[in-house]
Every structure is written in C-alpha cells, then in structure tokens.
Design a binder for this molecule. Structure first.
Ligand SMILES: Nc1nc2c(ncn2[C@@H]2O[C@H](COP(=O)(O)OP(=O)(O)OP(=O)(O)O)[C@@H](O)[C@H]2O)c(=O)[nH]1
Ligand SMILES: [Mg+2]
Length: 223
C-alpha cells in the first residue's frame, strides 16, 4: 500500500514538472521574468505586491496570479492597484498552487506585453516549496513576528528560493527579534540567498526591492 502511494505521488509530481516546463517555455518565448512569492500566512505577500504595483505600475508591465485556499480577497486588493488583469486561483483546500493552475492563468495574460509576472502562492511554509510552477525564481518572504528560527525549521522553502525578503522591519523596535541571527539561519540552509529587508507598511527598503525588480525586467530574468 505504501509503495502504491509513492508511485501516485511520483506520477503527480512528474506531470506537474512537465506542465511547469510548458509554463517556463511560454514565459521564455515572451521573455517574461516570473517570481513565485512563498511564505507563511500573513507575512505580507499581498501588501508587498500592492506597494510594488503602486510604485512600479507606471514603469513596468506587471501581471499577477494569486492563489488562495478560499476567497479572492487578495486578488481584489491587488486589482485596486493595477489596470492589468489579476488572476485569482482558488485552490479549494489545496495548500499550494500547481503548474496546471498557473498554465491556465497564463491563457488570460497578455504575455508579449508583460515584463514581470508575480505569482502569490498560498500562505504555507511547507507545500509550495515542493512544487515547480515554471517560475524564474522563488522568493521566500518571512516577517519579524515569525521568529528567527523559521529558516531552520522549514529549510526546504529557503533552499528552493533564490531570494529572501525579511518583512515588517518597522516592528523590530518592539520585538526581541535578532535580524542578524535570522539571516545567519537562512544562510545556513542556503548560503546563496540574496536578502531584502522591507516594511511594506512604511515603505522602508522598498526602493532596493524595486531596483531589483527593475533589473529582473531589464534582463527578463532573475539576476
Ligand atoms: N507592521 C507591518 N504590518 C504588515 C507589513 N506587511 C504586511 N503587514 C500586515 O500583515 C497582515 C498580513 O498581510 P498580507 O499582505 O495580507 O499577508 P499575506 O502574506 O499576503 O497573507 P496570506 O495571503 O493570507 O498568506 C496585514 O494586516 C498587513 O497589513 C509590514 O511590513 N509591517
Ligand atoms: Mg496574501
């Protein structure tokens, strides 16, 4: 019985990888850089994207796919900041997006006229790490209210990500959170992680984040 379960999972993952390859091919054909934002619930993915759309909307052509277990609240929030279509995927209980959902969402996006695609994954520190969506890179977001140990407790998320955003730094004066220790923990599991430090609330650090996105759009890749 156990062996059969593993076979099923392998088949599902193999199919997902095939579809992720197709997503990657389509994004590559139109030279669109795609960032898959992964994090625990509530670390600030949507607010960071809202601020990003506000700041870069006049400059870059950005599209968004958001995944939620239930409701399309995030898509509604994001749609207020862009005239581009925001694609909502409601997973009805699934704890991550999969490549088929992204491939379907791409059908409605004007890829030849898009520089950057953001995928806001379902808030979960475990499942999204295992699913390739055909993205250019994963960005792990964690916030100072979550504790410095999260990279050690959920290493796969940080190993699979090329970038990390430490968000809610406006709260640092009020919390016993050691920022250097958090970075050290993250680099223990992935020494190549490139870090951004942001407050999506106050705007601190967002210029560096936006410069990075400008570079992604210019290269049509993740630097
Ligand atoms: N103080 C502070 N609060 C923030 C910051 N970023 C987000 N928040 C707040 O944190 C809460 C969660 O933010 P969201 O943007 O909804 O987080 P999320 O990661 O998209 O959440 P899910 O999609 O549910 O996983 C909201 O109340 C935000 O206003 C920040 O930089 N500083
Ligand atoms: Mg969200």
């Amino acid at each position: 019985m156990a062996v059969r379960t593993i076979e099923v999972r392998e088949k599902v993952m193999a199919k997902n990888d095939e579809l992720a390859g197709e997503v990657r091919r389509r994004l590559g054909a139109d030279r669109v850089a795609a960032l898959n934002l992964v994090s625990a619930p509530g670390s600030g993915k949507t607010l960071l994207l809202e601020r990003t759309l506000e700041r870069l909307g006049g400059e870059l052509r950005m599209a968004v796919v958001t995944g939620d277990v239930q409701t399309q609240n995030d898509a509604d929030r994001l749609a207020r900041h862009t005239t581009n279509l925001v694609q909502a995927v409601v997973t009805h209980g699934a704890c991550h997006l999969d490549a088929r959902q992204v491939l379907t969402a791409l059908e409605a996006i004007d890829l030849p006229h898009t520089d950057l695609l953001f995928i806001e994954n379902v808030g979960n520190l475990i499942c999204p790490a295992s699913w390739d969506l055909g993205e250019t890179a994963k960005v792990a977001i964690f916030s100072v209210t979550e504790g410095e140990d999260k990279p050690l407790k959920y290493p796969k998320m940080f190993q699979q990500s090329r970038y990390a955003v430490l968000n809610k730094i406006d709260l640092l004066p009020y919390l016993p959170f050691d920022r250097d220790l958090a970075v050290r923990h993250a680099r223990t599991v992935n020494p190549d992680l490139r870090f951004f430090f942001t407050s999506a609330l106050t705007g601190e650090g967002l210029e560096t984040w936006c410069d990075f996105l400008r570079e992604c759009a210019r290269l049509r890749a993740a630097p």
